[in-house]
Design a protein around this ligand. Structure first.
Ligand code: GYE
Length: 331
């Protein structure tokens, strides 16, 4: 922590020197406003969530008067590393990125630190031995989201509609991108809750890479192998659940009743599926991180002390609440 403080101070000093203006760091020598330049490396456009996240970041940058250099990595870590290096070469004021996977960032983050460019993580976390390699992580608690999904399910079978169900509860799981924080954590949080009752059995678990197409494809394989043995589908995001719903319907099985479906994100597509009775619950994960990111960027440039972790507030939407909530949804 002390290391981080020193680094923040050092970074602040350099940024102040570079901006040669007032304490807000936004004036140039000529007195004209000099906007903060933010380099942002986005993962891709794999889901409704991601698209909403991109719109939020672009809109918030515009509103905050921050110049955004935006780069899309198409779900590849190597592209993100390239983008970060190019932001360092361009000497942007701040770098922010949503890391596709958790590991493999030490080298490039060290390069940013050497160049005294502060880095903010948004949405997904990284696993690094030295926490001073980033200033802050803004995003959801994915383990808690997994727990919320698990709690909804255990309530469903203990006091809810499924209370009279007898025997094992066979679950298939569609995981997010291999090695990503939301896939690792949502799996762990859910497993922790269902472990309390041996009736819950995860009989298949495979990645659907957070996309509809993959979700459908993997669900088809699950159905081929397990057929009507499947009682529950737990998908790490709504898009995979929506793809899987198609596969379930094509197999002549009723999603939402014959197979109970739980997913995460709370995007509009999930609300539509819930209103149609095909998805039982969506655990919210907000992609609207733009405004918070821009205010953190401004604080970093102004040399303010930044919290190391900023957690997004979220809730759970069972299908019974979908019609009422739908008009209020922003993504
Ligand atoms: O749940 C999924 C997206 O990292 C929280 O990434 C994000 C996840 C989100 O592709 O839909």
């Amino acid at each position: 922590m002390t290391g981080l403080k020193h680094w923040l101070l050092a970074a602040g000093v350099v940024l102040f020197a570079a901006c040669s203006g007032g304490a807000d760091g936004t004036k140039s020598d000529a007195g004209a406003a000099k906007p903060i330049v933010l380099g942002f490396s986005q993962i891709g456009a794999e889901s409704e969530w991601r698209t909403a996240n991109t719109v939020s970041i672009q809109g918030a940058a515009r509103d905050a008067g921050i110049t955004l250099r935006f780069s899309d990595a198409q779900q590849k870590q190597e592209n993100q590393i390239k983008a970060l290096r190019s932001f360092i070469a361009q000497r942007v004021d701040v770098i922010a990125f949503s890391p596709v996977v958790e590991t493999g960032w030490e080298t490039v983050l060290r390069e940013a630190k050497t160049a005294k460019i502060p880095v903010i993580l948004t949405d997904r976390a990284v696993e690094v031995s030295d926490e001073s390699l980033y200033v802050s992580f803004i995003g959801s608690d994915f383990v808690e989201e997994g727990r919320r999904a698990g709690r909804w399910l255990t309530e469903y079978y203990s006091t809810g509609k499924g209370k009279d169900f007898k025997g094992d509860i066979n679950i298939v799981e569609l995981q997010g991108t291999v090695g990503s924080a939301p896939a690792n954590d949502r799996k762990a949080g859910f497993a922790e809750i269902i472990a309390a009752d041996p009736r819950y059995k995860v009989i298949r678990s495979q990645t659907g890479d957070f996309t509809r197409a993959k979700g459908k494809e993997v669900m088809e394989a699950f159905l081929k192998a397990e057929g009507r043995k499947i009682n529950v589908l737990y998908a790490h995001n709504d898009d995979m659940a929506i793809g899987a719903i198609q596969a379930i319907e094509e197999a002549g099985i009723k999603p939402g009743t014959e197979i109970i479906i739980i997913s995460i994100d709370g995007v509009k597509g999930a609300f539509e599926a819930m209103m149609a009775g095909k998805l039982n619950v969506s655990v919210e994960c907000s992609p609207l991180l733009g405004p918070q990111l821009m205010s953190t960027v401004k604080d970093v440039v102004a040399g303010k002390q930044i919290p190391k972790r900023i957690v997004t507030e979220e809730s759970v939407f069972p299908m019974e609440t979908a019609a009422q909530e739908f008009p209020k949804r922003k993504y």
